[in-house]
Ligand binder design. Structure first.
Ligand SMILES: [Zn+2]
Length: 271
């Protein structure tokens, strides 16, 4: 069977980047078994032929109604699929779905009827937010970065402002590439809709959201940027942990030094 990616170089390029990121997630140990998820809005690459493609699944409910998604198309990782397999072939570990006119259901159009993960409602809610705010964000990434998740096991680090300030103070680039910081959502059952509202309220303010004792969620124009923001923040967490392992509390850059970087590089203000 011919893949939907055949003769669609722009679409293939988007999914090649998803595959590259999936490989990094596996290499970093952030994607055990089928852990993590990614969703990419590919509507801009959809041609007439794709619009005319028949569904290869039943009509499936999203679980929520998302008004901005009418007629949109997404690449979604499949339920139970592994990132390390997605790294080799995105269409073997995920599928392309079309959102139907009721904005509450979807159908799969290619390449095979791989049903998206149970995290689809939260990922699509983020995509709905991205379209609504006009920010041009196309990619959502959920992964399990070890050091950030470990920090979320201590009450001290559940305070978003405190966690953000300490991570920024570890290395100048953290502020440069994650100028809005990281927000923490209290623990809720994975895949539950209880995570959706708090995640949405924090993603407006922060670059990355940390789900307590679980993992991160990032949204960005491209999947590589969603990965980079997560990686930059987790690097700061790793430096903090390494200093603690050396037996001391890291001093951290002073608040004045952090503010100096914000000014010098004209970074957006923390909201
Ligand atoms: Zn997870």
């Amino acid at each position: 069977m011919e893949s939907i990616l055949t003769n669609r170089p722009a679409l293939k390029q988007v999914l090649d980047a998803a595959a590259e990121v999936a490989g990094y997630l596996w290499e970093k140990g952030w994607a055990e078994r089928n852990g993590g998820n990614l969703t990419i809005n590919i509507t801009e690459h959809v041609d007439e032929q794709m619009r005319a493609m028949p569904a290869i699944s039943e009509v499936l409910p999203i679980g929520v109604t998302l008004p901005h998604l009418k007629g949109c198309y997404f690449y979604c990782k499949g339920a139970g699929k592994r990132m390390r397999d997605l790294a080799r072939d995105p269409m073997c570990a995920g599928s392309i779905v079309r959102i139907l006119d009721d904005c509450a259901s979807y159908e799969i159009i290619a390449d095979s009827p791989i049903v998206p993960t149970s995290e689809l409602p939260s990922h699509l809610a983020l995509q709905n937010y991205a379209i609504g705010c006009g920010c041009g964000y196309k990619a959502t990434l959920h992964t399990h970065p070890i050091e950030l998740v470990a920090m979320s096991h201590s009450k001290e680090w559940l305070d978003s402002e405190h966690l953000t300030q300490v991570l920024w103070s570890m290395i100048p680039e953290t502020l440069g590439f994650a100028p809005l910081g990281i927000g923490v959502v209290p623990y809720a059952l994975p895949s539950s809709t209880d995570l959706v509202a708090p995640t949405l309220s924090l993603i407006e303010k922060y670059d990355v959201v940390l789900w307590e004792k679980h993992g991160t969620v990032a949204i960005a124009p491209h999947i590589m940027e969603a990965f980079d923001q997560t990686d930059v923040l987790n690097k700061a967490a790793t430096i903090y942990m390494t200093a603690r392992n050396f037996g001391f509390l890291p001093e951290g850059m002073t608040p004045e030094a952090v503010q100096e970087i914000r000014k010098a590089f004209n970074l957006p203000d923390h909201r």
